[in-house]
Unconditional design. Structure first.
Length: 288
């Protein structure tokens, strides 16, 4: 089984991360290139832009702490080159003052990159999260489902999809108000997240509809989890005297012929079959 992770972490393409050894290796090569050209040109020509490149690479494409370390190494390398280049310094302390100035400049750029990276992460997270419940939104769920199906097909692993609808949600909204309706949605999302594994994915795909993607999960495992979810959701509704029930359709893909659209349609049809048959149940199906 793939390692557990945060929302969508198993299949999400990571936009600005590479392995730390590779990032450090690339930074070391860039520092070496900068030092080589610096030796050729002599200390009187400042090549600080070349030394800045490894700081950018290590900060943006690896972990921020690496960027700070590389900034110190880059500044130290400029000092060594200036002391060993044979070019007479303007003063005894000049090489050291130059190195300190370059270190401060490298660290300033490093800090700016760290802040930009944090802003990017936050914006990326908001773009894939439902603002009310905190779970994945429908767009992100569809992206992850397609990627997970590809993984399941390649490695011949099962995958299950559950569609859950809150019965009588409109009645709760009309009788108790939208604040109560929002509280119900948040509690439903929280209950589902607590019931599934860390590497499963819960999403809000409609006004009162949720979906759960069970990675590498057999139908027996999904039945156990869905029974637990249904029990807790029914208990929450009873404790709060909410006229709400929960209908769900679950489809398990066991072969390589499953397509994302067909999987969603089947789960959705099962869910509405439950609503037609009397609501507050879970129906299961298998796709070869």
């Amino acid at each position: 089984m793939k390692p557990a992770g945060s929302l969508g972490s198993n299949t999400e393409s990571v936009h600005f991360m590479m392995s730390p050894p590779f990032a450090l290796g690339a930074s070391a090569v860039l520092i070496g290139i900068a030092a080589f050209f610096n030796q050729l040109t002599g200390a009187h020509i400042n090549l600080w832009l070349l030394y800045l490149a490894p700081v950018v690479v290590s900060t943006w494409f690896a972990r921020p702490a690496f960027g700070a370390v590389v900034a110190c190494i880059s500044a130290g390398t400029t000092l060594v080159v200036e002391l060993t280049s044979g070019t007479p310094p303007a003063g005894r302390m000049a090489p050291y003052w130059n190195a300190v100035a370059e270190l401060l400049m490298f660290l300033a750029v490093w800090r700016i990159l760290v802040l930009l990276k944090q802003s990017y992460r936050k914006a990326h997270e908001l773009a894939r999260t439902d603002h009310l419940t905190g779970v994945a939104n429908g767009r992100h769920f569809a992206e992850i489902l397609s990627l997970e199906l590809e993984y399941a097909h390649r490695h011949n692993r099962p995958l299950s999809l559950a569609y859950i609808d809150i019965d009588s949600f409109k009645q709760v909204n009309d009788q108790r108000g939208h604040e109560v309706g929002d509280s119900l949605l948040r509690l439903v999302a929280q209950t589902m997240k607590q019931a599934v594994r860390a590497n499963d994915l819960v999403a809000r795909v409609g006004g009162d509809e949720f979906a759960i993607l069970f990675r590498e999960a057999t139908q027996d495992h999904v039945r156990t989890v869905m029974d637990r979810i249904k029990y807790h959701l029914s208990r929450i509704a009873a404790q709060n005297d909410w006229p709400a029930a929960f209908s769900a359709g679950v489809v398990t893909c066991t072969g390589s012929a499953c397509l994302a659209d067909e999987l969603i349609k089947r789960a959705d049809r099962l869910m509405y079959a439950v609503k037609t048959a009397g609501k507050n149940m879970v129906k299961y199906d298998l796709m070869p």
